[in-house]
Design a protein around this ligand. Structure first.
Ligand code: FNR
Length: 182
């Protein structure tokens, strides 16, 4: 049966290049993977005071959604050489209450896109450290940090050249094998 993969996009804006990359990944995903974008923009900021018998409904549904998935792909821009707050917040929401983290043992992969040349590699490296802490076994290679991504990924999930599409296909094939190991 198909593996259920949650895709977390670190940018909340509608015209996000990372959202475009996530959509393009969905279109070229191998048969064995179903990629679903899980929204993170409506999650209230993590606050331990809200961690009561009835935490915010958005937290609960996000936690249930991540708990149910077989793996997660993070597609994120770099903000100030680091992980955007919205994505860090989603990670924190999923990591609590203590001892009940939904991330534990979920295989993951880190990708990102930027209109600049470097492709958000600094944020991706920081994200890898965070994922180590929450026990997400993160695929080491291949890494996808797409620079000049606005020239490589168009609207409606379309890759603008064949080389980029092949690169993403090989990344997803590797991730399918990675997920199968857990
Ligand atoms: C950025 N951007 C950026 N780019 C980068 O390569 N390194 C960086 O440290 C930053 N820092 C940064 C901070 C903030 C607050 C913003 C809003 C932007 C530029 C960023 O890569 C660019 O805006 C991307 O287009 C954002 O990704 P989405 O929204 O297109 O997915």
């Amino acid at each position: 049966s198909k593996k259920d993969i949650a895709v977390l996009v670190g940018s909340l804006r509608q015209a996000s290049i990372n959202l475009k990359l996530a959509r393009a990944m969905q279109k070229v995903a191998p048969d064995g993977l179903n990629l679903e974008i899980v929204p993170i923009g409506d999650l209230p900021l993590y606050n331990q005071d809200l961690e009561t018998e009835t935490p915010p409904a958005e937290w609960t549904s996000f936690r249930e959604r991540i708990r149910a998935c077989d793996g997660a792909i993070f597609v994120t821009p770099e903000y100030n050489r680091s992980v955007p707050a919205a994505l860090k917040n989603a990670i924190e929401v999923g990591s609590r209450p203590f001892g009940k983290s939904v991330w534990d043992h979920k295989p993951g992969a880190v990708t990102g896109a930027s209109p600049g040349l470097i492709g958000g590699a600094a944020a991706a490296l920081q994200l890898r450290v965070i994922l180590t802490n929450i026990n997400v076994p993160t695929m080491p290679q291949p890494e996808v940090y797409l620079g000049t991504a606005d020239k490589l990924v168009g609207d409606h999930g379309i890759f603008l050249n064949e080389g980029t599409q092949k690169f993403i296909e090989s990344f997803l094939a590797a991730f399918e094998s990675w997920v199968a190991r857990f």
